[in-house]
Structures are given as C-alpha cells and as structure tokens.
Design a protein around this ligand. Structure first.
Ligand SMILES: [Zn+2]
Length: 192
C-alpha cells in the first residue's frame, strides 16, 4: 500500500535563464521534497525527490532522467508558468518516493563489510580504480527484471550479491545457507 502524500509547501519561479518548481510534502512521517529545474541546457536541469534525514540532510530517493522530460518542456522564459509545466513531473517523483518509502527494504543499512564487498564487486568487474555511473532508467529496468537483489554474508567472510533467485527459493529463504533448488528462472528481457 502506498502511503498518502500531504502537501506542505511549494515554490515556483521563472526567469529568462531557468525556471523551477519545488514541492515539499509529508509521506508516512517523512519530509520529502521534489525539485525540478529546467535550464537552457541539460546540465543546468534536473528532477529529484529527496527525503530529510534525522541529521537534517537531504538524501536522494528518486530521480527522473532528463530524456524522460527535458525535450517535452519549453525553453526558459519569464512567461513560463513553472508550476503548470513542472508540477506534474514533481508529482510523479513524489509518487515514486512514496512507493520507495513504503517498501521496508529502503530502511536497510549496510554493514562496513558489505560496503567493502561492494567495493570489491566494482573492483573485480570494472578494475581496482573502477567507476560505474547508474542512470535512474537503469535502476528502474533492474528493479523490474530478474529477481529482487539479495545480499548474503556467509560465515567465511564471503558475500553473495544476487538477482538470480525467486523469493521462495531455498537459497533466498535460508539467507544463502541452503542451495538453490534449480527452479529459479527469469525470461531473458528485451532491452528497448
Ligand atoms: Zn534459486
């Protein structure tokens, strides 16, 4: 179930160089804001939903790739009604944020060991000085294809990261201590 969104505040404005819309809401006890900025160039623009932490920091919950909206919005002008143009984008981000906040796995915190294992995952797949940039579209695609991400720390210090198993698989149900029953199967998705 998606929690309800209570509107708190909003701010919009337009100049000859950029226009913006910011909406602040409350979702399940969290203060969440969506910020959408449309500049002349893609690099001046962005659409992100953020949640306010107990440490009074905003951390990103969801973002909208420029490809999804930038070309459909008019170039900056003082005449642009920013709330009308960008408000629906902010609303879409806030609905995604509400879904993310409703999912219990977002409250998972990583142990230092898992953090180091992610470093090793990057180092072994992209090199010891590897860097990998993940777009919001990649995240959405990965979430909707294959199994859910599971991370298992084994007693010998090894860590398994997997999207290869269905939720009922014995490997998943036993947190990695029993073997897969070989009934896990996902269709090969077409990437558009
Ligand atoms: Zn399995």
């Amino acid at each position: 179930m998606t929690p309800s969104i209570t509107e708190h505040d909003q701010d919009a404005g337009a100049s000859s160089r950029r226009y913006h819309y910011t909406g602040v809401v409350e979702i399940a006890g969290h203060t969440v804001r969506a910020r959408v900025v449309r500049g002349f160039y893609g690099k001046d623009s962005g659409a992100v939903a953020e949640v306010l932490t107990d440490q009074a920091e905003w951390i990103s919950l969801a973002a909208d790739a420029l490809n999804n909206w930038w070309h459909d919005t008019p170039p900056p002008s003082p005449d642009v009604h920013a709330a009308t143009v960008l408000g629906p984008l902010a609303e879409r981000l806030l609905r995604r944020a509400a879904k993310i906040l409703a999912a219990p796995q977002t409250m998972v915190t990583f142990s230092p060991h898992i953090y180091q294992a992610v470093s090793a995952l990057l180092a072994t797949s992209s090199g010891f000085n590897g860097e990998c940039h993940i777009d919001p579209d990649d995240i959405a695609w990965a979430t909707s294809h294959g199994g859910a991400l599971h991370i298992f720390e084994h007693p010998d210090g090894s860590v398994t990261f997997t999207k290869a198993h269905r939720d009922e698989c014995p490997f998943v149900a036993s947190k990695g201590s029993q073997d897969c029953d070989d009934e896990c199967y996902f269709d090969l998705p077409q990437r558009s």
